[in-house]
Design a protein around this ligand. Structure first.
Ligand SMILES: [Zn+2]
Ligand SMILES: [Zn+2]
Length: 155
């Protein structure tokens, strides 16, 4: 993957989607963009910890609010982990994506979801509903995790 755009430049551009620009929001967005490249989906708490260890004083509630606003604006995808906690991943374009997530290690794979999109668009056309949205989450155990001891969690 070649991502030549700097997270900082992208963050200051896209934070305007959230309405009011604040340095803290830009920081959260920047961290989310970096996290998306490094580890995929992250929880608000781990993003918060990442920001704190980088010297930021941003509060956890600001991180939560910013991530939720990003998801609302269509710039973040959300999945839930096994405990029901929401995990976020930066979405570079306006097209949303669907992922297959490993429940053991959190690895994520982007799916070819054309069939889902066509199906959803068809429902939207024929139902008379407007602003039809969908959420599709696939979870499983990735090859790396599945090969060790029949899928039992690694310690
Ligand atoms: Zn795995
Ligand atoms: Zn979709």
């Amino acid at each position: 993957m070649t991502t030549s755009a700097r997270p900082q430049a992208m963050a200051s551009q896209e934070v305007s989607l959230l309405g009011r620009f604040t340095p803290q929001r830009a920081m959260v967005l920047e961290a989310l963009i970096e996290a998306a490249e490094a580890e995929g989906f992250v929880s608000a708490r781990s993003l918060h910890a990442r920001l704190r260890s980088a010297g930021s004083t941003v509060g956890l509630s600001t991180v939560y609010r910013t991530l939720s606003a990003l998801a609302e604006a269509g710039r973040a995808d959300i999945v839930r982990d096994m405990q029901g906690e929401r995990l976020f991943r930066y979405r570079p374009g306006s097209d949303h994506r669907h992922y297959l997530i490993c429940t053991e290690c959190g690895a994520s794979v982007t799916l070819d979801s054309a069939a889902v999109e066509e199906w959803a668009a068809g429902i939207a056309r024929t139902s008379g509903f407007t602003a039809v949205r969908h959420t599709v989450e696939l979870t499983g155990i990735c090859p790396d995790c599945g090969t060790s001891a029949g899928g039992s969690p690694r310690g």
